[in-house]
Write a protein that binds this ligand. Structure first.
Ligand code: TYD
Length: 218
């Protein structure tokens, strides 16, 4: 079945499906990733669940440096997140898609555009170009944005703070507005969900979208 997959390094993806979950810290993405993975496995699909930063040994080391270390200069931060994704796509995501699997990722390139581009004032367009170069132009078939306000995200995160989570609400609000703007600019590739709804309702909305796309049985 051909659905106009992007060509990567001379290889056309076979039957794989690539879905990214994005949103602010504390939005509830990880729950949605878990529910969707289970629903797809129940339908007999091979599903790879991964997250960024992380997902490889190098990614785990980068994650530690960038989230739990000392201050990182904004451009270095953007390059570290890009390096994590380059390695991750090459070693994990692209091989799974070429094997025809479903790949669900907790965060992808839009996180960098929002957090480093908008949040850090590095310029969303530049960070987007850097990210696209890093991942060889691999774009998800669908990006689900689980949207909550900065205040709600902070309330849900409680006291656990990594370097980015502990940024002020204004930073998280800039990040949020950026996710929403990316989605509004490309509605056929995005699904925006109100993260204050119950996890079950959000999950139903994701499944309904995949059914509408013709990639999942009703
Ligand atoms: P994580 O613990 O995975 O948070 P969450 O459970 O909310 O996804 O931490 C990831 C953090 O890294 C999160 O604050 C967003 C940030 N991030 C970036 O700033 N740029 C990126 O490219 C990625 C992938 C994440």
């Amino acid at each position: 079945m051909s659905r106009g997959w992007p060509r990567l390094a001379g290889v056309t993806r076979r039957d794989g499906l690539f879905i990214a979950f994005e949103g602010g810290d504390g939005a509830g993405k990880s729950t949605q990733v878990r529910l969707l993975a289970q629903a797809l496995r129940d339908r007999g699909r091979e599903v790879l669940v991964t997250r960024q930063p992380g997902g490889t040994d190098l990614g785990a080391a980068i994650r530690d440096l960038v989230l739990h270390g000392e201050h990182v200069s904004p451009r270095a931060e953007a390059l570290l997140f890009a390096a994590d994704k380059a390695h991750h796509v090459d070693l994990v995501i692209r091989p799974a898609l070429e094997a025809g699997d479903v790949v669900l990722t907790d965060r992808y390139t839009d996180s960098s555009v929002a957090y480093q581009g908008a949040g850090r004032d590095l310029g969303a367009a530049e960070v987007h170009d850097l990210q696209m170069w890093a991942v060889g132009g691999l774009v998800p078939d669908l990006t689900v944005v689980v949207d909550v306000t900065a205040e709600e995200g902070r309330r849900r995160r409680g006291d656990v703070h990594d370097r980015l989570e502990s940024e002020a609400d204004a930073y998280h609000d800039a990040v949020r507005q950026h996710f929403l703007a990316m989605a509004a600019g490309n509605p056929e590739r995005y699904l925006v969900l109100d993260g204050t709804e119950s996890p079950e309702r959000l999950h139903e909305a994701v499944l309904a979208r995949l059914v509408a796309m013709g990639v999942v049985e009703p």
